[in-house]
Structure formats: C-alpha cells, structure tokens
Design a protein around this ligand. Structure first.
Ligand code: ADP
Length: 389
C-alpha cells in the first residue's frame, strides 16, 4: 500500500485539496469544492481524468465539516491501495510565534485560534478542517503551513507601523501574506531567471487576494500586505491601502458600525466596488462600461505605485515577476501595469507577453519581467514530508 500527503486549502466558501505520493511528491489527485453552503460544486481529477464524485449530490447544502467528512471518506475510493500518511493545511496567519510549519496539537490549535481576529475572513476557515480531521483521524499528523512565515526575514523597519511603541510590543506589526506562493516562486527563480534571481526582485501575486513581495537573494525584505490581508494593492473585493481617516469619517459621520466597515473593506470594495459589476478581471475586461475600465486602470495604477515603493525598499529593481490568477493569465493586466514601469527599466515585449513568457520583457532593459505560475500546494506537501521524515 502506498502513502500520500493530503494538502488542504480551505477558504470562506471553498475547499481545495491535492494528494501527493509521499516518496516523490508527484500529484496523485486534485480537487476543489466551491460555493460551500450554496449548492456546492465539486471537481476532482486524477491525472487527466475527471472523477465523478459519488455522494456529492447529498452535500449541496452541507457546511465545511460535511465536506471534510465526505472527502476523508471518499479519498480511499479515489486512490485505492493508498493510505493518507499525513495532512498539510494552508493557514493564513502564524503571527510572530510561527515562522516555520508546525505539527498541530490541541495547544497549537488554541494559539492559532487566538490569531483569528487578525484574519477574520480566512483563519477560522483554515482551522475548521484541522478540527474535522482530528475528530475523524485523531492519530493523523497534521502540519500547518503559514502565509506569514516567508516574511519573517524582513528587517524591523519593514515591519513597524508609526504607532506608539507599545503596539509593536503587543504584536501590531506588518506580517505580510501569500508567503507560500512567494516561497514557491523564490525556489523557481534560479532556474528561470538565472543570475538575476540573486538580485532585487519584486514578485506580484495577483489573484482575488493580491500582494507584492520585494526579495533580495530570494528572501523577503518588504511586502505590501500588513497586519491583515487588507493592506496594499487593490484586490477583487478588498480595498487595499486606505487612508485610516476614511474609516474614522465613515464611522463618525455616516454612522457605519464596526461590522459595516469590516464588510465594506473586505467584501464590497476593490474591483467589485469601483466597477459596481464584478470582482473578476475576465468579466471586467469583457465589459464595455466606463466604470469597469476605470476599475482596471486603478488596479494597474495602484500596482505600479506599489512596485515603485518596493523598488525603493530594494534600492532598485532587477526583475519583476507576475504570478497567480491575474498575473499568470491576463496579458492585458500585465501590459497595463508594466506601462507605468518604464522608468524602472521594464520594457514589455508584446508578443512574449501575449504568449505568456516566461520572459515577457525586451532584452537589454535595466530590469526584466517574467511570468511564473505559482504552486502553493506543493510547498505545503514538501513541508509535510520534511516534518514527518
Ligand atoms: P485566489 O486568490 O482565489 O486563489 P486566483 O489566483 O485563482 O485567486 O485568481 C483569481 C483571479 O484571476 C480572478 O480575478 C480572475 O478574474 C483572474 N483570472 C483567471 N484567469 C484569467 C484570465 N484568463 N484572464 C484574466 N483574468 C483571469
């Protein structure tokens, strides 16, 4: 009987999973459940074959725990002669305490739960599957891998807010997120970029959530997300960097409650709020309204301003890398962003950009631009293998 590592990435209404052979970490199975609690749609593939997920129809109104039970019961049918030896979980916030993946027990789970107020849209959903697995398979090793860990190499100045010192002492610091993605990209850059990988690199992780990371020699020195995953770039539904005075104004003058503000900033802003139409770049590119066009222009303008800021943290720029849903797939958004980056020496090659790279800039510029697809799940699978070896 062979053994696998099962990787789980649970969001507010989704559950992505992948199973890897424990020996060579080849992918045995991938799947996702989207719209959990709202007629859930399930996809599972083994190699090139789609698997018909049996029992899925009874799950239409099920919650995360129902889907976890179903997944753990089904995986033996999908991968016969295979045993899940350990599980790895994407957990968005590891705070100051967790700068490495950690094996989860009841005490660790309590500490991770205490970080939930720092990532209210993510952390509780990331932790729910850990509890569900502990109920069903209490002896299975579970490893939590954090989106914050990669950034713990940042210098203190990059972490500090200009607030009274006591807040930093309490842990009110810039943590940064998308670290599993940046970890993967940092591992890929030597083979894709060659010598440039050891230089000054900005990685743009542009998905529904979006952030950028400044790396020197493959280590994070600054990032656009801060204490929470709300700061920095404009995102699908999140506002990104915002004058804190706007929040005070909305509460004082417009009477918005704390809950109203949280919903506004996390769920009603970004591309969705500015366009009034959608948080999906594909829909906005297809739209003919001026609001959709302005939302896309603002996304690119804000992204370019953050690249300038990160270039300052790096004392210059040698390479710009695009990744995640928008970064990997939208030549249009890459072109719009790079159009603001000529002063940094980034000159896009339209044909290379349209065909998806990996190098998408003209030769001879002071800085090059690239597309590298990310893979957060394999970073987790590697961490699990290392933890249980
Ligand atoms: P998540 O943060 O949920 O993992 P993804 O990395 O999957 O998000 O990215 C989702 C975003 O990628 C959406 O805004 C979607 O519009 C965008 N996207 C995906 N494919 C394309 C495409 N072919 N062209 C433009 N945008 C795309």
């Amino acid at each position: 009987m062979s053994e696998t590592v099962l990787v789980l990435n649970a969001g507010s209404s989704s559950l992505k999973f992948a199973a890897y052979d424990i020996e060579d970490l080849s992918v045995r199975l991938r799947g996702s459940v989207s719209r959990i609690g709202d007629g859930a749609s399930i996809e599972v593939t083994r190699g090139d074959d789609a698997i018909e997920p049996s029992g899925a129809s009874s799950l239409a109104d099920g919650d995360h725990a129902d889907h976890m039970r179903w997944l753990l019961n089904s995986i033996g049918d999908w991968l016969p002669e295979t045993r899940v030896a350990a599980l790895g979980h994407r957990v968005v916030h590891g705070g100051q305490a967790f700068s490495e993946p950690v094996r989860v027990d009841a005490a660790i789970l309590e500490k991770l739960d205490a970080l939930s107020p720092l990532a209210p849209s993510h952390q509780p959903h990331n932790l729910a599957p850990i509890r569900a697995v502990a109920d069903i398979w209490p002896d299975a090793p579970q490893i939590a891998c954090f989106d914050t860990s990669f950034h713990r190499t940042q210098p203190r100045l990059a972490e500090l807010f200009a607030l009274p010192r006591r807040f930093a002492n309490q842990g009110v610091l810039r943590y940064g997120f998308h670290g599993l993605s940046y970890d993967y990209i940092a591992g890929r850059t030597p083979s894709v970029l060659g010598d440039v990988a050891s230089g000054r690199v900005v990685v743009a992780h542009l998905g529904h959530g979006a952030s950028m990371c400044a790396m020197k020699g493959g280590r994070s020195v600054a990032t656009t997300m801060g204490f929470t995953a709300l700061d920095g770039l404009m995102m699908g539904k999140r506002c990104g960097a915002l004058d804190p005075g706007v929040v005070l104004h909305l509460m004082e003058e417009d009477g918005l409650s704390l809950t109203d503000v949280r919903t506004l900033l996390y769920k009603e802003s970004g591309l969705c709020g500015v366009s009034g139409e959608s948080d999906d770049v594909r829909s906005l590119l297809d739209s003919e309204t001026p609001e959709a066009a302005e939302a896309l222009d603002l996304f690119a303008y804000r992204a370019a301003r953050e690249i300038g800021s990160l270039a300052a943290a790096l004392d210059g720029l040698d390479a710009l890398i695009f990744t995640a849903g928008i970064g990997e797939n939208s030549a249009d958004m890459r072109r719009r962003i790079c159009a603001h980056c000529g002063w940094l020496g980034v000159h896009i090659d339209d044909d290379a950009n349209d065909s998806g790279g990996p190098m998408i800039s003209k030769a001879g510029g002071a800085a090059s631009a690239w597309v590298i697809p990310t893979d957060e799940e394999i970073v987790i699978a590697r961490a699990v293998k290392k933890a249980i070896d």
